[in-house]
Design a binder for this molecule. Structure first.
Ligand code: GA4
Length: 361
């Protein structure tokens, strides 16, 4: 806070300056291409370069089809008793997780399902998620993944065109490989108003907050239950998020003076929110930016979000494309495989800027 900001008593507010209401700062891209494909590809490329983030509307994934079926199936899972949900946990890192994120002690005010998006892995996991009808759960997930993967490929192709790549399909091919390492994450944020009666889950939450507050000195992920999912960038190529009508997502964007501030992303259940991941930043030599974001869920209703993380196969070598490296913009990151990057990311905290480890000094 600047020296002119009056002192506040609320320690949570001191750690978390209020976000700017930011509908206008979030670029919106109409995927139905009302002004033609060339303009669309330029809009996608500009949004990914300037903000690393945009809201995709008229994207062609109908709300009533696979998306609605997935929301119904995952809501039914989260409504189960805690001991039934634990059958699909603890997260290793995949599976059902309740508050713990990754392996380094990060916590969030949420529960989640984290699945490998590959159909064989979904079928394996489904037996502990829907014990009554695992094959129905698998087909609902697979159908959704197919639709969202198609959208991710369309966006990546547009990006390849907008950036003028020699092979505009380069990015989408990475996520189309049969052993591509893509994930589906479903996050369920509990209501965080204080007026509702405490149930068993809430008591578990309060105990956990007390413990992490004591041990987590200053890590805002753990502050007072205000944070749903702490600040981070997504490691993969591209992420596509869809959520219900409950606000919570915030993105870190530069304002006109270049100073970064948290911007509240107004909920829009009919849209996909697209963000650039670390690998896309590395492949484009930093022309596209992997955006930092977080969730602060403070509503009286639960927030349900579903994110598809499009990633490459583990052996894929990530190196800036030749046309992205120039005398003015020399190679910024050393080359690495996705497997190598994953090892680094699991050894670090959620908020770590892990791409910096690969920065050429
Ligand atoms: C952030 C983006 C995705 O949710 C995720 C997360 C992953 C996990 O929950 O297991 C990580 C996090 C995410 C990056 C750093 C490591 C790994 C938790 C964590 C502390 C599924 C992903 O791919 O990376």
């Amino acid at each position: 806070p600047s020296t002119t900001t009056p002192a506040r008593q609320d320690t949570v507010a001191l750690l978390l300056p209020p976000p700017s209401p930011g509908g206008d700062a979030i670029p919106t891209v109409d995927m139905s291409a009302p002004r033609g494909r060339v303009v669309l590809s330029q809009q996608v490329a500009r949004a990914c370069a300037e903000q690393g983030f945009f809201r995709a509307v008229n994207h062609g994934v109908p709300p009533a089809g696979p998306a609605a079926r997935l929301d119904a199936a995952t809501s039914a899972f989260f409504a189960l008793a805690a001991h039934e949900k634990q059958r699909a946990g603890p997260p290793n890192p995949l599976g059902y997780g309740c508050r713990s994120i990754g392996f380094k002690g990060d916590v969030g005010e949420l529960e989640y399902l984290l699945l490998n998006a590959n159909p064989a892995a979904v079928a394996h996991r489904a037996t502990s998620i829907d014990t009554n009808d695992p094959s129905r759960f698998s087909s609902v997930v697979n159908e959704y993944v197919e639709a969202v993967k198609q959208l991710a490929c369309d966006i990546l192709d547009l990006l390849g065109e907008g950036l003028g790549l020699k092979d505009p399909g380069f990015f989408s091919k990475l996520i189309m490989e049969t052993d591509s390492d893509s994930l589906l994450r479903i996050n369920h944020y509990p209501p965080s108003c204080t007026t509702h009666k405490l149930d068993h889950d809430d008591q578990c939450k309060l105990k956990r907050i007390a413990r992490t507050k004591a041990s987590n000195g200053g890590n805002p992920t753990a502050v007072g239950g205000r944070i749903g999912f702490g600040e981070h960038s997504d490691p993969q190529i591209l992420s596509l998020l869809r959520a219900n009508d409950v606000d919570g997502l915030q993105v870190l964007l530069p304002d006109v003076s270049g100073k970064e501030r948290w911007v509240q992303v107004p909920a829009d259940p009919s849209a996909f929110f697209v963000n650039v991941g670390d690998l896309l930043q590395a492949l484009t030599n930093g022309r596209l930016v992997s955006i930092r974001h977080r969730v602060i869920a403070t509503a009286c209703r639960p927030r349900l979000s579903t994110i598809y993380f499009a990633g490459p196969a583990p052996h894929t070598r990530i190196s800036a494309l030749p046309e992205m490296v120039t005398a003015v913009l020399p190679r910024r990151y050393r080359s690495f495989t996705w497997a190598e990057y994953k090892t680094a990311m699991y050894s670090l905290r959620l908020s770590h800027s892990r791409l910096d480890l690969f920065h050429i000094v």
